[in-house]
Design a protein around this ligand. Structure first.
Ligand code: ADP
Ligand code: MG
Length: 362
């Protein structure tokens, strides 16, 4: 047993009290058909979410975020995927739950919003029918009542002229509107947990902010817990209580949003923070990208996965795998973290991210 397993339970104090609604413990997912070499996409990931809490799972493309969420939802392909660890939801072990119970849980208790709304909506069924179906599945209401509620839901997610929109097909709506419809569908059944996987990544920047605002309001209204999956730390800034940063299948830093933004310690977190487009950055100033690509990783068994791209990497990073250990208010997996004093800590970032450019306010 590696030392990781022993320390991963020491999660920092949650933002809100009470028993966790969802607990993911030492979750690993490997892919590979029989006879093939297995690839580990998720490696001993542990985190929890309390009722009503908003938790972020952040990392570049390929870090294992979607695979983690699909494992929670029981949606990984049966053939060729190997899941180990524990996933507990409201005291129930999701990994051993019968398929029929799991599908009852999906859409009732746990809902999901995906990146691409076009693949999640049925292209040949009118928006109104798709929404009222969800409403009547969860409430004993007449057809006309379900339709009225569908209209209310569209109004709630900020779609103008809902009566007309209900009669339209998905392709007649803009990308932003389609994503609003999906959020309305996900929250129509009042889930206790919403998993949003890159819900705004396919939208353009101005629409992204509006859709995030809608999501935030609805999640607050329904008091649902939220697992927000994104590659963009800017998205979690305005939304999440706690954040888990993932690199190449493993959590590398986990703490509250405020601690993370005030004082990032993992060089990868620091890189993600510097690559956020900030509205208060003067026009023309380039974004600082993390050098290299997310596919450039060292096998975790050899050392730190991020070492090939890390500005702080030293010899031990390439030979000794760092464990995820408690360091003050956070869990950190790093031999040579950013110096807390020197970490260009944009403490005001969460707020600055939301501030319009001076010329936009005038
Ligand atoms: P993210 O959502 O963080 O961008 P994913 O969770 O989709 O990343 O993927 C993590 C890794 O798992 C990637 O390297 C990806 O290629 C691999 N992967 C995902 N799904 C499968 C699959 N069905 N079969 C094989 N490999 C997969
Ligand atoms: Mg993904």
């Amino acid at each position: 047993m590696s030392s990781d397993i022993l320390v991963q339970g020491d999660v920092p104090p949650p933002a809100s009290g009470g028993q966790p609604l969802l607990t993911v413990k030492d979750l690993s997912v490997e892919f590979g058909l029989r006879g093939q070499k297995r690839v580990r996409a998720v490696d001993q990931v542990s985190f929890d979410i309390r009722p009503g809490e908003h938790v972020g799972l952040v990392g570049e493309s390929g870090s294992g975020k979607s695979v983690t969420s699909l494992a929670i939802m029981g949606l990984l392909p049966k053939r060729g995927s190997h899941v180990s660890g524990e996933i507990t939801y409201a005291g129930r072990d999701l990994l051993t739950l019968p398929r029929s119970d799991m599908s009852k849980l999906r859409g009732n208790d746990i809902a999901m919003v995906f990146q691409d709304p076009m693949t999640s909506l049925n292209p040949v069924v009118r928006i109104g029918v798709q929404l009222s179906e969800v409403v009547s599945r969860h409430n004993q209401v007449s057809k006309s009542e379900a339709r009225d509620r569908a209209g209310d839901l569209l109004r709630k997610v900020g779609i103008p002229d809902p009566v007309r929109r209900l009669k339209e097909y998905p392709h007649q709506l803009s990308g932003g509107m389609r994503q609003r419809v999906l959020i309305a569908i996900a929250l129509a059944c009042e889930p206790r947990l919403l998993i949003a996987d890159e819900p705004t990544t396919a939208l353009d920047v101005t629409i992204q902010a509006q859709v995030l605002e809608v999501l935030k309001e609805l999640v607050a209204d329904t008091q649902a817990a939220l697992l927000m999956i994104t590659h963009d730390l800017g998205v979690v800034a305005g939304l999440c209580d706690r954040v888990n940063v993932m690199y190449s299948g493993r959590i590398v830093e986990s703490t509250t949003r405020d601690v993370l933004f005030a004082e990032p310690r993992h060089p990868y977190t620091g890189g993600l923070l510097r690559s956020i487009p900030r509205l208060d950055t003067p026009r023309g100033e380039p974004l600082v990208a993390i050098p290299g690509s997310p596919t450039n990783t060292l096998p975790w068994t050899q050392g730190c996965g991020f070492a090939p791209r890390c500005p702080n990497a030293q010899d031990d990073c390439r030979t000794v795998p760092p464990a995820l250990v408690e360091q003050g208010p956070r869990l950190l997996r790093c031999h040579h973290p950013l110096d807390p004093a020197a970490a260009s800590a944009p403490a005001e970032l969460a707020e600055a991210f939301r501030k319009p450019r001076p010329e936009e306010t005038s």
